[in-house]
Ligand binder design. Structure first.
Ligand code: SF4
Length: 363
């Protein structure tokens, strides 16, 4: 049977970050606990009940807004519904301002073995501009709390190409992050989403040349510090690639719990309706929306689309014979490599991955 993972969504954030257009909102009093009950009920009524889970990812929003009791309710529902005995990774996302030792102890006691924390930058001025609720000092303190409690795998998120950011400011951020010694790092170039606060203010994205330079600076700095650049935005120390996200990129199957969570099972991509009030009112008994049915042709396209995000690339045979003549020129341009029958993009290639992928897609 195929490996099956689970994504659980927590649609709450204390305050909306200025760059964010994800599905999340500040919770009303008592809303987080009511939500935890509905999420646990949705988990318990899963049609995939009894199956083994390969990885679990609790994302958001801000999952660290769940109290230890709320978290325990969700975790117990997972354990009573699925077989977690061979679960290879259980990740919880968090924000520095809501991490507490009691919460981390609770996560650990329920089998969480990986935390992904959004730091974004170590500049207090930039954090304020981004509408983050924490300072750089609080982020560093939260990181140390995670470690003191015994969290073995920590991933940190950083953003680059922030408004008015210089290359040397980005280098300072990268150095501060490297100094913390996380096992995994994700770095995203800031995109200004039209519906975000920055988008509504008319803030412009950094120009393309600066974004390119920042991306390549990040690649050089992190690979020199011993991280493998294994996916467009992701870097890992040896043996610490994110298993859950890698499962997505390998076209693996995953369940979806919570409003706006997406899933992929039996060739069907689906989404839980993005309506937290309706989700809670129905105690998690909502009908998923089918978004796509992945047939043979679509699967071939996804293999290229997802595979070329990763440094492992794709087998050359995944590219149609009549398009394989495009591969060598891409390698000569420094955008890709061909080795042991596999075609993969380099860091320069990741920067233009959309264009490369569209050329290699089956007609
Ligand atoms: S914490 Fe994450 S999900 Fe919440 S508002 Fe900020 S960026 Fe969006």
């Amino acid at each position: 049977m195929n490996k099956l993972s689970a994504y659980l969504h927590v649609p709450f954030c204390r305050r909306k970050c200025a760059y964010c257009d994800f599905y999340s909102a500040p919770p009303a009093d008592g809303a987080v606990s009511s939500y935890a009950k509905a999420l646990a009920a949705q988990i318990r009524s899963s049609p995939q009940k009894g199956r083994a889970l390969y990885t679990v990812y609790l994302g958001g929003g801000t999952p660290s807004l769940l109290s230890p009791d709320d978290f325990a309710l969700i975790s117990s529902a997972l354990r009573e519904t699925f077989d977690l005995s061979s679960c290879a990774e259980f990740t919880v996302e968090c924000n520095p301002e809501s991490v507490t030792p009691a919460l981390v102890d609770c996560w650990l006691s329920h089998g969480v073995d990986r935390v992904s924390m959004g730091i974004q930058t170590f500049s207090d001025a930039a954090l304020a501009r981004l509408g983050r609720l924490h300072t750089a000092a609080r982020a560093q303190e939260a990181y140390q709390e995670l470690r003191r409690c015994g969290m073995k795998k920590v991933s940190l998120d950083l953003m680059a190409a922030l408004p008015d950011q210089t290359i040397s400011q980005l280098e300072s951020d990268l150095d501060a992050m490297i100094a913390l010694s996380p096992e995994h790092v994700s770095v995203y170039l800031l995109k200004i989403e039209p519906r975000s606060a920055l988008g509504r203010e008319g803030v412009a994205e950094a120009d393309e040349d600066l974004q390119r330079e920042m991306y390549l600076t990040t690649h050089r700095r992190l690979t020199a510090a011993g991280f493998e650049h294994y996916e467009i935005s992701n870097f890992a120390k040896s043996g610490f690639r994110a298993l859950h996200n890698s499962h997505y990129w390998q076209g693996g199957e995953y369940l979806a719990f919570g409003p706006n969570a997406s899933g992929f099972v039996d060739g069907v991509r689906f989404r839980i309706p993005a309506d937290t009030a309706a989700f809670c009112a129905s105690n998690g008994q909502v009908t998923p929306i089918v978004e796509d049915v992945v047939d043979g042709e679509e699967a071939a396209r996804e293999k290229i689309l997802l595979g070329l995000r990763c440094s492992d690339g794709i087998p050359v045979s995944a590219v149609e014979p009549e398009k394989q003549s495009l591969l060598q020129p891409l390698c000569r341009a420094g955008l890709a490599t061909l080795s042991n029958g596999r075609f993969a993009l380099t860091a320069e290639g990741f920067l233009v991955s959309d264009a490369v992928i569209s050329h290699l897609m089956p007609e």
